[in-house]
Design a protein around this ligand. Structure first.
Ligand SMILES: C[S@@+](CC[C@H](N)C(=O)[O-])C[C@H]1O[C@@H](n2cnc3c(N)ncnc32)[C@H](O)[C@@H]1O
Length: 465
């Protein structure tokens, strides 16, 4: 069988299998025109493992059948996708179309809400419709698809128009992360080539010498830049954007992997650089026998206080959850932690800086304290796992050829995030081997790794070395 046939077979057999399982249960796999709901989320989450190799095979088939010229020319312009999506968020289109319903709305009426050029908005919508984000149901009339409805904020358009800066609050965070990628991150990406070719910045581990500084014309590192008064929109957006990463298939991260329920009652979980406490909130909602502390920069903790008061009233007042400003590069004052948690934080720092805060936690750890790093792991794209075979859980099953070995990683956003990290702060996603070296340098060792299908993050469970 040729590789083209093999890929086509993975797609057709996989799709038939999903459809047969859906039919046996009397449900239908949602087509693109079915807008997002808890029902579509449930079905898609349930079948995500089965859908993953099919999606990977479809990408590989496109690459196999494409002539290099149109493939590369198209790829060279993909940067307009994030820009288009950020514009869609800024013009509130998903929620305007949600209110319009299945008949859709003429672009003149969509554009009137934010008083933008209707013809230009229509071109952006049509461009996105080529990839099934929106559908053009009649000339210049657009409606939501399941993909575009994933950006809805769940508020009335009236409410969004009256208070646009608050529009991402309490949403799934998808629109916020899309906006972040299309605005702040794209300005950064535009300066990556100059930054990497520069003999100083191209080798730098400093968060002040990344493409971010060139793109945003600032000497400040990303997190300090966010807190400048003129960047209030970005500061509002950022913690909401982080929530999107929790929302997707969130139960798995909380209920699977590390055995939270086996920790003794009253054990203290310290979520270092925990943002507004998105992960802690998910844990606290499920594992009520534990105590929690969220630490972050003072401005973020202020936002966290409002977030917890709105979403889990009473938790802070009763002392079940503490929200505390703390610079993670300072000595860690909590000495009785059962678990130090670091989610999506290690990847924000180069080894030079990550070693410093990991050392701070190691100095404060008891012999029984665990460190749980929840972050992406960069898989090598070859099939040689010999360097990680002795770490429990580190290697994961490889897909059969002709697929690339790890379909979940290749279709997920991990490798994109790795480049994003490089551009924003000269930092990175890490391979298992890179984690071993980094953690070893700070007095920790990996006990085991709990693998989740990407784009869910992995749990790297560490103990004092
Ligand atoms: C990518 S976010 C992750 C937030 C959170 N862990 C989550 O998963 O939602 C990284 C966090 O690191 C925080 N941070 C950056 N520098 C810090 C520092 N020196 N001390 C404490 N937190 C810091 C940021 O404010 C931000 O909330």
């Amino acid at each position: 069988m040729s590789s083209i046939e093999a890929l086509a077979k993975i797609i057709s057999a996989g799709v038939q299998d999903i459809e047969a399982q859906c039919a046996a249960r009397g449900v239908a796999y949602p087509t693109p025109d079915v807008v997002c709901s808890s029902e579509t989320d449930t079905i898609q989450n349930e079948f995500s493992s089965q859908a993953t190799p099919i999606i990977a095979a479809a990408y590989q088939l496109i690459a196999t059948l494409s002539h290099p010229q149109p493939y590369l020319l198209g790829m060279g312009l993909w940067g307009y996708f994030p820009t288009a999506l950020a514009y869609i968020d800024a013009t509130f289109v998903p929620d305007i179309l949600r209110e319009a319903g299945p008949k859709g709305l003429h672009v003149n009426e969509i554009a009137a809400v934010t008083k933008v050029h209707p013809g230009r908005l229509g071109r952006v919508l049509r461009f996105l419709a080529t990839r099934h984000v929106f559908e053009e149901v009649a000339p210049d009339v657009f409606r939501n698809t399941r993909l575009s409805s994933g950006m809805c904020l769940g508020k009335s358009v009236k409410e969004i128009v009256e208070s646009p800066l608050d529009r991402w609050d309490k949403s799934s965070g998808v629109a916020a992360i899309v906006s972040l990628n299309g605005h702040e991150n794209m300005k950064t990406a535009a300066y990556m080539v100059e930054t990497l070719l520069d003999p100083v910045t191209g080798w730098s581990e400093e968060p002040t010498e990344a493409a971010f500084q060139r793109g945003n014309q600032t000497p400040l590192p990303c997190y300090e830049w966010l807190e400048q008064p003129e960047n209030i929109t970005s500061l509002k957006k950022f913690p909401n954007a982080m929530r999107a990463t929790t929302h997707y298939n969130s139960d798995k991260a909380v209920n699977e992997g590390f055995e939270w329920d086996k920790l003794p009652a009253g054990s203290l979980i310290v979520d270092v650089a925990g943002g507004i406490g998105n992960l802690t909130m998910a844990l606290a909602g499920t594992h009520k026998h534990l105590r929690y502390v969220v630490q972050d920069r003072p401005a973020v903790i202020k936002a966290a206080q409002e977030h917890w008061a709105a979403k889990m009233p009473g938790a802070v007042e009763k002392g079940f959850v503490r929200l505390e400003p703390h610079d993670m590069f300072d000595p860690q004052y909590i000495r009785d932690a059962s678990v130090f948690l670091l989610r999506y934080t290690t990847h924000n720092w180069s080894d030079k800086y990550a070693t410093k805060f990991l050392t701070r936690m190691r100095e404060a750890a008891q012999p029984t304290t665990k460190l749980i790093i929840i972050d992406g792991i960069s898989d090598y794209l070859c099939r040689d796992t010999s360097s990680i075979d002795d770490i429990p859980g580190a290697a994961k099953p490889a897909a059969p050829e002709p697929l690339l070995p790890y379909p979940d990683s290749t279709i997920g956003w991990g490798y994109l995030m790795d480049l994003n990290m490089l551009a924003m702060m000269n930092c990175q996603e890490r391979t298992v081997g890179e984690f071993v070296t980094l953690l070893g340098g700070a007095g920790w060792k990996i006990e085991r790794i709990c693998r989740f299908e990407a784009p869910l993050p992995q749990q790297v469970i560490c103990v004092p070395a």
